[in-house]
Design a protein around this ligand. Structure first.
Ligand code: MF3
Ligand code: CO
Ligand code: CO
Length: 258
C-alpha cells in the first residue's frame, strides 16, 4: 500500500475532482424556492453523466444521492420536496465513485442573504477545517488535527460535534481510522504517508449534542441552534498533504461569486 500510494492518489483524485465539480455545478441552483430534491437530482445526473456513481444512493438504505443539511441539521439530511428559504444555510455533501474509488466532499451554501451569525459560524467552520488540513504530514498525530479544530472554534464560542467524525476512505466509503474533530495534541495514531481520509468538522452554534430524527438518518442539534460543516478528502505525504476535492472554480466558502 505504502509503496504505491501514488497510484491510489491518482485514482482517488479522479473521484475527488468529480465530487468537487458536482458541488461547483450545483452552486448556481442554491437559491430561495429550490427544493433539496431538485439539488439532489442535479448532483445525481452530473455524477452519472461524468462517469461516476453517487455513493450515498442506497448506502445502508439511504434513499438519495447526496445529503442536504439545512440550518440546525448537523448532517445526513435527506433531500425532500421542501423549498429552501431566504436566510437558510445548507450543507450539500456528495460522494462520487469512479473506478471503485470514493471522493467525498461537502460545502456550505447561503440561500440568498443570511444573518451575520450564520456567516460567522460558516466561516469559522471552513477555517477550522483548513487550519487542520494545513498541519497534516507524515508523523503527526490524529489528536493534532482534533485539537486544531477544537481550539479554533471554541475560542469563537462554538462547539465541535462528537457524534460524527471523518473517516478513512478509498475503495471503501467509510473505513478506519476515525478522524475526530476534537482532541489533544500528541494523542491518537500517527499519520503515515499514503493514508487517505476525510476532514469534515461539524460545528455548532450552541451545544455539541445531537439528536437523530425518526427517519433514522437526519441528525439535528439538540438545542435547535445552527450547525455548519465542510469536508475535504485528503492524502498524507512525507512533508505535507494533498487535497483531492478542491473546487476548480475556486468555490471555497460562500458567498460564491458565480
Ligand atoms: N458523505 C457522508 C460522509 O461525509 C456520508 C453520507 S452517508 C449517507 O461521510 F448515507 F448518509 F449518505
Ligand atoms: Co465523509
Ligand atoms: Co461526505
Amino acid at each position: 500500500m505504502k509503496n504505491n500510494y501514488k497510484d491510489s492518489f491518482e485514482q482517488i483524485k479522479i473521484a475527488g475532482s468529480l465530487a468537487a465539480e458536482t458541488l461547483d455545478e450545483v452552486t448556481a441552483f442554491v437559491k430561495p424556492g429550490v427544493t433539496t430534491d431538485k439539488l439532489d437530482k442535479i448532483c445525481y445526473e452530473f455524477i452519472k453523466d461524468n462517469g461516476g456513481y453517487s455513493a450515498p444512493l442506497y448506502y445502508r438504505g439511504f434513499p438519495k444521492s447526496c445529503c442536504t443539511s439545512v440550518n440546525h441539521v448537523v448532517c445526513h439530511g435527506i433531500p425532500t420536496q421542501k423549498y429552501l428559504n431566504e436566510g437558510d444555510i445548507i450543507n450539500i455533501d456528495v460522494t462520487a465513485i469512479v473506478n471503485g474509488w470514493h471522493g467525498d466532499t461537502s460545502r456550505m451554501f447561503f440561500v440568498g442573504e443570511v444573518s451575520t451569525k450564520s456567516k460567522n459560524l460558516v466561516s469559522a467552520t471552513y477555517n477550522s477545517m483548513m487550519k487542520a488540513i494545513s498541519i497534516i504530514k507524515n508523523g503527526i498525530h490524529l489528536g493534532d488535527i482534533g485539537e486544531t479544530i477544537q481550539t479554533y472554534v471554541e475560542k469563537k464560542g462554538f462547539s465541535v460535534v462528537r457524534d460524527f467524525c471523518g473517516h478513512g476512505i478509498g475503495t471503501v466509503f467509510h473505513e478506519t481510522p476515525n478522524i475526530l474533530h476534537y482532541g489533544k495534541k500528541g494523542e491518537g495514531m500517527k499519520l503515515e504517508t499514503g493514508m487517505i481520509f476525510t476532514v469534515e468538522p461539524m460545528i455548532n452554534e450552541g451545544v455539541y449534542n445531537t439528536k437523530l430524527l425518526k427517519d433514522g438518518w437526519t441528525a439535528v442539534t439538540k438545542d435547535k441552534y445552527l450547525s455548519a460543516q465542510f469536508e475535504h478528502t485528503v492524502g498524507v505525504t512525507n512533508d505535507g498533504y494533498e487535497i483531492f476535492t478542491k473546487s476548480k472554480k475556486k468555490y471555497e466558502q460562500p458567498p460564491y461569486l458565480i
